[in-house]
Design a binder for this molecule. Sequence first.
Ligand code: ZN
Length: 148
Amino acid sequence: MNELRELYQEVIVDHSKNPRNFRAINDGVSAEGFNPLCGDQLTLYVRLAGDIIEDISFLGNGCAISKASASMMTQVLKSKTQAEALALFDSMHGLLTKGPQDSDLDALGKLAALAGVWEFPARVKCASLAWHTFRNAITGSQKPVSTE
Ligand code: ZN
């Protein structure tokens, strides 16, 4: 388990230092997210082609967990349908609030690197911020995401 933990930490550090899809998308929809407990803030961009997430990206500032979570999320959600993306949202929410379960980890793939966050309740909001903001972006909610 310790080896796994170290591997997970490497993944998180890598994504926080070199966030993937860290750019704006000008011809899509966007949503703002803010986690006042930690000071994480991000803008999430999505471009849909019908039901498919054709492109997804983010910009913002925050702690390593919030950046890594957003970076990994954009990688995983690209080319997914909206329904698949919302199912992943539910799996991710379950992982962060109830802890890892085997079926969750299989479905989540590399997102399982964030499983350890579950043990640190103050960090759960850092990891879930991007996901809540993504859901707002595709459902068209104009209300800014605040984890408070
Ligand atoms: Zn944070």
